[in-house]
Design a protein around this ligand. Sequence first.
Ligand code: FAD
Length: 317
Amino acid sequence: MKVTDHLQNAKSTLFSIEILPPLKGKSIQSIFDSIDPLMEFKPSFIDVTYHREEYLYKKRDGGYLEKVSIRKRPGTVGICAALMNKYRVDAIPHIICGGFSIEETENALIDLQFLGIDNVLALRGDSIKTEPTFVPEPNGHPYALDLVKQIVRMNKGHYLEDELREVAPTNFCIGVAGYPEKHFESPNMIADMKHLKAKIDGGAHYIVTQMFFDNPRFLEFSKMCKDMGINVPIIPGIKILTTKKQAVLLPKTFKIDVPQALLEEIEKCKTDAEVKEVGIRWAIMQCKELIKQGVPCLHFYTMGVSDATRRVASEVF
Ligand code: FAD
């Protein structure tokens, strides 16, 4: 079922989660173990992230360095199929521009259609870790907007080969990313919002936000969307802070702020167990307030750990 249908049929705020594929070589059981404790809250959908290749330099005989491409977390599509099969839940693969030519994207979307996947989250992806800026593949998409447009074309039955006859259109509901604290590459918030609006005008059906700890930033973002004529559902992304290290790492990785009031609480903690309690209390406060503000769904970034999400969900739903 499409995310937009889930949201339309909802009688109260929905619960959804995002998970990461396990590291290469690890069993899918680790995914099931992290999801099982959350199934009692009936997630309407489960997002599965996509992780592109990275480059490593390996020392070879004779002392020369060989550049090797590896993917640390493959398996996005396989996990989606496994989740749908095991839990009868809608699984949403993230699909990115980085590393894909438009033909590869088309073929990937055909696979998803054949698996009965109704939704995709269309993203540009970040640059390769060892490269300073995002570089699209030759004949690949430079921005998420271009990926959205390709999916919209396929939804209308237009594949890359014009001469195909009697084609089956795809029927994907398309989500895109939004940034309440601005995407880090954008010169300012308005420029970023214009690009977000272009993705919606291009045919995307809903927005999922980057994680944030500061509800006023999200509410301001939602208001800006409304003022600019963005009328699709906006799903807030919630991350529960559970260690002291995360207070430094999350802002660095996701270019978000930790509010001073939360930081002061964290700084008082002597152990990570105490930080986790602070993080859980903060997330409960955030979620209750967001529900009051009428958000359609709360989307939890579990990062493979379910305990804190379970504690928050049992207080909030
Ligand atoms: P875009 O919408 O293309 O925007 C990228 C930047 O370019 C922005 O600064 C935008 O303002 C700017 N821009 C857009 N169009 C133009 C234009 N025409 N001219 C100039 N500038 C322009 N990454 C992964 O690799 N895998 C994942 O699974 C994944 N999941 C995510 C889930 C969510 C909910 C979010 C919020 C992010 C996720 N990401 C993921 C990270 C995402 O790929 C990065 O944030 C990436 O840097 C931007 O992706 P985007 O889709 O927002 O890009």
